[in-house]
Design a protein around this ligand. Sequence first.
Ligand SMILES: Nc1nc2c(ncn2[C@@H]2O[C@H](COP(=O)(O)OP(=O)(O)OP(=O)(O)O)[C@@H](O)[C@H]2O)c(=O)[nH]1
Ligand SMILES: [Mg+2]
Length: 1022
Amino acid sequence: MNRRKQPLQTASHATQKKSRRVKISKTLAPPLMAHLGYQGARHLHPQRLPTKSAEKTVSVRLLDLGNETIENLQKIAETIKRLMVPGLRLKAIPENLMDRLVLLEKLDLSNNQLSDGSLPESMKRLEHLVELNLNTNKFTKVPPALKKLKSLSRLDLSENSIDNLNGLEKLRRIQILVVDNNKLSSVFKEVCHLKRLEILRCRNNSIKDIGVEIRQMKQLRDLDISNNKLSILPTDVLLLPGLETLNASRNKITKIPAFNIKLHNRHWVSEVDLSDNQITVFPGHLLRMTEKLDLSSNQIKILNMNAMKELERNPNQELVVDDNPLVFPPAEITGQNAILAFIQEARLNTPVYRGMKILVIGSHKSGKSSLIQSMVDNQGRLAEDLNESVAGIDLYDLIYDCEMKVKSEETGKMVKEVRPLQLCLWDFCGHPYYEFPHYLFFEQPSVALLTFNMKEFTPEKFNEMIGCWLDWMIAKTNSLKVVLVGTQCDKMSKEKIKDVKAEVKKQMTEFKNYHESILNERINDISQKSEISPTLTERMFSYRKLLIFTDTFTVQSDVIATSSAEFIGFEQLRKSIELIAKDENQFPPTPDYNLPLVLHKVKTFWVDVENYLDEKSNSMVVPIMPWDEYVEEVTTKFGMKKQIKDITQYLHVTGKVLWFSSAPVLSDYVFIRPAWLFELLRNIYRHDFEEKVDFGIDDTYKQMGFSQTRFERNKKELLQHGVMDKDFLRAILGYLIPPDMKENFNFLLDILLKGFKIGYPAAKKSKEMTYNFSPEIENIENVSKILIPWLRKTEEPEEIISLWQDRNDRERVAALLRFPKYIPPGLFELLCVGAQKTERHNLTFKAHWSNGILARHNKIDAILMISHEFGPKGRGACLKYELRGDSPDPVYYPTRPAAMWTILLPLLQDFEEIIKSFKGVLVERQMLCKFCREPSFLGEWNTPKETQNLPEKVCEACGEKVDTDTLVQQREEKRDGISMKSLFSCKLKFLVKCYFSVCLYTVMIILFDRIVLSVIFLICNI
Ligand SMILES: Nc1nc2c(ncn2[C@@H]2O[C@H](COP(=O)(O)OP(=O)(O)OP(=O)(O)O)[C@@H](O)[C@H]2O)c(=O)[nH]1
Ligand SMILES: [Mg+2]
């Protein structure tokens, strides 16, 4: 008989089974001991043990635990896989019950009266036990016998009186854990080590909080923590990468913290139940990650209009807000569709006022994220509560209701009105690593909150905590509104807070004076000169322009002391922000763009464009639009071509899109989802790359065919050499741009290389030792590796040092760019990327190390070194461009300075182009004396006329006369692309010189001969 077929309810089998059952009960009539199941059977059958059947018994449900039953059970024990002993009011389990159950996989002891110590020692032998049900018993702690059950993956301990879960740590295979209806006040600390846990149910306990440990539970997909005592739902829960359903209903949750929902699709949670809590603020951000969000029976009054847009986009999403004291939309409007219709209507009739973006900047771990989250949540929040990223830039929205006086349209009188001030907060990670990448996004006009940790502050640390950040901001823009925010004031006394405030105020004045004195000193030096050349006049003018900084750069030097732990100082901070927003002089219209003032009405049609782009950005894989395409699309839809630049600028200054209108290349694109771009750059530049980028975490590497070895090799290459393999980058960005969308990726890579100038193509074959920094690449598809200078931290190679020294006595031309106060981070790196452009500079890079490059010109015999050095005590810095002749025959064919100028000038012009966007930077241009090598001459490449007229100049440092062709490009050499011609003319001049020398020599010899002969003739005559 085929036993497998037994459970099938065919007529014959059914009769067979029936007759067997009847036979047992009627003829033997002993009490039933068990229900048995046979291999392949679907149902258990009442049996008196042992069975004579040849079938293999795999499931047994015992109906009593008498000695006879146990003895009988042991006879068939070796085949049993499932043993059920529920509901027998057992107070203890006999020691010998489990003696021979070597194959047991599932054990059900539920509904008994088992208590601590009532599980037998023999349980330890159940090596194959996968599932154990101890629900509805009297345990007060986790039975120690469980510790040895190494295969256990499903454990039900619900309906006991357990008050802690100590002892579960060793059960590393647990996937499902049910501990509902116990007396637990904490769960996560004990279970966080259970890395395989997928389902955790702990409803009806007394759990008060969920600790940060939950972050470790990466596999958790179903969490039921309903009916506990939670007052805050940490973001960590919602950001669990595997989470699918969350039930946190019937708690005391008052607020769902604000956090940034990553675009990563693993944060899409199918169901979140937050019903029956005390939530007052609508957690609209959750709509970006949940398919069904239940917020019924809470205290929500207003549904945020903007957040509700998510629902309009995705009709499959469900939001339940029944039983809330809603005023907007009014309570009588019920049902998702009616609510959405109401909100859409309201949106059309509600005026929109211009908001502003606020950049929050300050040292690493000074408390920026905590500050922002406290502002957004309007209650104290510390960043440790959260699991959000600690890298890059994060965006948050916040609306303040601002009371202001406005002219009534009807009466013309001034009346009070409350307008919503929409703020877009940019949270910059303060790690020094981001000084450069974040610079891309720092521009004027800006409001910046500069945070510093008050507790850590000492007078000596002013520069490190505040000064250097002010320098960072000033360098990029001298039109700024900075609010100084001291954080963590809960950790200090009131007196100490007062002292810090006074000290910062004092040092702020000194900082400003120092800034002014540097400039005044230079202005005085020039004005004391007997003769002021046009170059010096121009220089004085630029110094004066930088001095105006005092008018445009406003720092509220009265520090606002805050504590995100105790929610102190936030009212004052809010007032400061509102004051800036209301001040009509702060963001006046510019000649270039006609924008409404902050808190003033925005044209409806602009808002329509904003909504349209917002929606569009969500449907684009790469939310970047080429400018022409963008103009075409928007104007076709909305008309008003003349206003397109104003609209785009408005969207840019309010943080809705990014449009770098004055940057070459980048101005050709509109980035319609800033968060996407930040996310992208965060993946390329991240200070915690080594730790966070892991082969195991992300499947993309495997999907793209990466082996672990290749992954490690590419990772090492990036960390050690700053070289990013293109496929590695594709994998890293895989969740933003699916790896199969190669075209989109190449489009983006092009923008990254040419627009953001993150690096330049490099190449290396597997057997080569060094990189080729100038691979001939015309098509972006052929790029295989990218050297990212900001990440390259290698030393200057030995052979380069000796090569450079070998050319020490050659002809040279050297320019110096001195930054007496501050060098913009990343400037050197940008120049390197620019110098690599073959069609413009014709250079082959020989080496590139952390603070220098060495390159050789492809046609002129010269080598170039660009080096970067910081000034003494870290203040200021300089960049040096030095060219040295590299002719194989320097005696007869020296490389003349004029030829070197044809290499140098375009590089310096590149620098001038870049420095234009650093409006607040003080930079001095100088040329080095070829004798003493001191920067004793003005760098006049922008205004060369005066020097071109002179044959030579005296070095003020060494007194030597220096040919002016080493100081400025001579007139005839000025045109671009004359390198060959100049080279040819050099050589021609040399030949002509030789020719004349030979002629002169011949004439002299002839003359000499004649004179000698005449003298002899004369003597002979005498
Ligand atoms: N006691 C106290 N701790 C704070 C306060 N603000 C921040 N912290 C703590 O300071 C640490 C850093 O806070 P974050 O908010 O992450 O600092 P951050 O400036 O955003 O740091 P980065 O983004 O890495 O530059 C965390 O451990 C916070 O819990 C505060 O006001 N009081
Ligand atoms: Mg932060």
